[in-house]
Structure formats: C-alpha cells, structure tokens
Design a protein around this ligand. Structure first.
Ligand SMILES: CC(C)=CCC/C(C)=C/CC/C(C)=C/CC/C(C)=C/[C@@H]1[C@@H](COP(=O)(O)OP(=O)(O)O)[C@]1(C)CC/C=C(\C)CC/C=C(\C)CCC=C(C)C
Ligand SMILES: Nc1ncnc2c1ncn2[C@@H]1O[C@H](COP(=O)(O)OP(=O)(O)OP(=O)(O)O)[C@@H](O)[C@H]1O
Ligand SMILES: [Mn+2]
Length: 307
C-alpha cells in the first residue's frame, strides 16, 4: 500500500524476525548515516530503532514520497488509526510486527508518533514559514519526535536515576528533541534547491528579509553575498542545536553514547560540506562520502568515553 516498493515486505503478516529483517534492509537502503549508527548499538536496541525508522520513513513518504500527490488529510487520519492499532498490539501489516515487538520491549509514549503525523499534516497545507518559531514547531514534529522515540530505546544512565541527590527528571528530553531539530535544520539547508523545485521554502521568510534576499532569489537559486550571509546565519543556528544535544549524550546509557555521537557528528558534517561547497545548495547535494563516514567513528568513540 505504501511507497517503499523497492523492498517488498514479506507477504501477509510476517514472523517477528522477518519483520525486523525487512526493517533492517529499509534502514540500510534509505539512510547510510542512521544505519551506521545502529550498527554500533546492542542488537535489541538496534532492531527496535530499525522498526521505528521504518514507521517514520513510511509516515514521511506519505507526504514526501512518489505517491504523495494522492495523500489527503483523510489518508493521514487512516494512518493515525493504523498507529492506534499498532499501539493496541494489533499489527496490520508486516512492518508493524516489528514495531509491536519493539514497543513491548521498550515502552514508548504514543504522543511523539501522533505529533509526527501532525508534522506531515503541516506539509500538506503549508509551503512557507514566516518565523523561526513556526519552523521550530514543524521541526519538532517531524524530527524532534524521533529523538523522543529513540530515547525510550536508547535508555538512560542508571547512576543518574539512583543517586540519592538525583533530582526530578534527569532524562535528556530537551537534548533529544534538540538533536532532531538540528538534523532537520541541516536537512532543510541541504535540500533547499530540491525543495524550491517543488515550490517549497522552509527557511523562515523573516530571515530572508533580514538579508534582503527574496523568495524569487531563492526559487531561481541566486548564490551571492546575501545568500551566503543568510546561510551562515542558518548554519550557526543549527550548530547551537547540535551543541545542546551534545550535552545530553552523557546522560544516556553507556551503550547508546557511541551510536548517538556518531550519528550526530556525521549529520552535522553535512553543514561543513555546505560551507566547503561555498553555500551552493542549488546545483549540488552536500553529503559526507561513505568512506569518510568511517573516519568519524573512532572520534565519536573517544567522545563517548570522555564527555
Ligand atoms: C542512531 C539513531 C539513534 C538513529 C535514529 C534513527 C531513526 C529512527 C530515524 C528516523 C528518521 C526518519 C525517516 C524520520 C522521518 C522524518 C524525517 C525525514 C526526518 C529527517 C531525517 C531524515 O534524514 P535523511 O537525510 O535520510 O532524509 P531524506 O533522505 O532527505 O529523507 C531527519 C533529518 C530527522 C532525523 C532525526 C533523528 C534521527 C533524531 C535523532 C535524535 C536522537 C537519536 C536522540 C539522541 C538523544 C540525545 C540525548 C542527544
Ligand atoms: N527515496 C529514496 N528512494 C530510494 N533510495 C533512496 C531514497 N532516499 C535515499 N535513497 C538511497 O540513499 C542514497 C543517498 O541518499 P542520501 O544522500 O540521503 O544519503 P543516505 O545514504 O540516505 O545517507 P544519510 O543517512 O546521510 O541521508 C541514494 O543513492 C539511495 O541509494
Ligand atoms: Mn537520506
């Protein structure tokens, strides 16, 4: 029914291990960065993240995939019903089998899943954001939510919970949301040209005005000093969210720190590539080469031990 057609899920409802294997293949195919991150986790956490990944990917494809033009608000209502069924322990199709199992092992609130669907709803009726506050809400919904879902699987450092001086909630909720927002801002900067071709501008219009850069300039891809100033401003903002996220990693369980540092550094690396490309996000795509991704791993490991 959905658009992940290149990798067919097993027919009828699958066994749990087939369903996880399908989720593994989808994650590996669609995101080299996050897949690499999951390979640094213990197997049970890794499988649960693959199941979450596939649910998020399917949700995103409803408004961003090849059949998105057929998606209506009612499609998203149905998808929310589908979600309710998963949370009631009743899988509807093969990939659900993995998510139902993952939710049994790692209980997660349903709200971030619902919020993500609401984020996709925004994509149905909006193609402009006036202010950063509006964009931030969109980023929370489509990506900050992934941080909340992931946190429940990654787990927290027990020392923080059990110490007699432990205060209210030591869980790094804000930091997890910050990493989602940082990733989404990076994704938006990387995809400016692609989105413009679909008539979409995610950069806040108030920021464009600040640099005297018009919507028309963006849609025609003008890369001048105004654009470069605007991009420097956006990159600085994204880096602040990465910095906030970094402060939360030491609060995660020890076996989750390396994967999160790796995913963070790799995704943040895209910003450096955009700078090296002289802010040309119109005619080329900024990416970190697969061979280079492995070079980050030892540095991420050291940070996971030390910070
Ligand atoms: C290593 C690890 C824990 C990874 C989590 C993997 C996961 C479940 C990812 C889901 C991604 C997804 C498909 C989301 C749907 C909405 C969307 C498209 C968001 C954008 C991601 C996509 O990146 P990509 O470059 O592949 O996009 P396209 O090819 O253009 O489609 C986003 C950029 C957001 C991703 C957000 C996260 C992965 C949140 C990360 C936060 C944590 C893991 C919390 C860590 C905890 C602390 C305390 C810092
Ligand atoms: N919608 C898609 N359909 C099929 N394949 C895709 C799709 N999106 C990404 N891919 C796969 O990912 C490759 C590169 O995409 P992209 O530049 O987003 O990097 P990535 O591998 O997804 O890594 P990252 O996790 O950093 O985004 C594509 O060549 C393709 O193999
Ligand atoms: Mn990708």
């Amino acid at each position: 029914m959905l658009q992940l057609t290149r990798l067919q899920p097993p027919r009828s409802l699958a066994s749990t291990s087939d369903a996880y294997e399908y989720c593994r293949r989808v994650t590996a195919e669609y995101s080299k960065t996050f897949y690499l991150g999951t390979m640094l986790m213990p197997p049970e956490k890794r499988r649960a993240i693959w199941a979450i990944y596939v649910w998020c990917r399917r949700t995103d494809e409803l408004v961003d995939g090849p059949n998105a033009s057929q998606t209506t608000p009612e499609t998203l209502d149905c998808w929310e019903e589908h979600l309710n069924s998963i949370f009631a322990g009743r899988p509807i199709d093969a990939p659900d089998v993995a998510l139902v199992d993952a939710l049994e092992r790692f209980p997660i609130e349903i709200q971030p899943f619902r919020d993500m669907i609401d984020g996709q709803r925004m994509d149905l009726y909006r193609s402009r954001y006036e202010t950063f506050e509006e964009l931030r809400l969109y980023c929370y919904r489509v990506a900050g939510t992934v941080g909340l879902m992931s946190n429940a699987v990654l787990g927290f450092d027990d020392c923080l919970r059990t110490a007699p001086w432990a205060t209210a909630t030591p869980e790094p909720t804000d930091e997890a949301i910050a990493l989602g927002i940082a990733n989404q801002l990076t994704n938006i900067l990387r995809d400016v040209g692609e989105d413009a071709q679909r008539g979409r501008i995610y950069l806040p219009l108030e920021d464009l005005a600040l640099f005297d850069y018009s919507e028309g300039d963006l849609l025609t891809g003008i890369n001048d000093e105004r654009w470069q100033g605007l991009m420097q401003f956006q990159i600085r903002r994204a880096r602040k969210f990465y910095a906030e996220a970094q402060r939360g990693i030491s609060k995660l369980s020890a076996d989750a720190r390396w994967p999160v540092w790796a995913a963070l550094m790799l995704y943040q690396g895209i910003l450096g590539v955009i700078e090296r490309n002289n802010y040309d996000v119109f005619s080329q795509r900024a990416y970190v080469a697969q061979s280079k991704k492995f070079l980050y791993l030892p540095i991420a490991w050291l940070r996971a031990q030390a910070l």
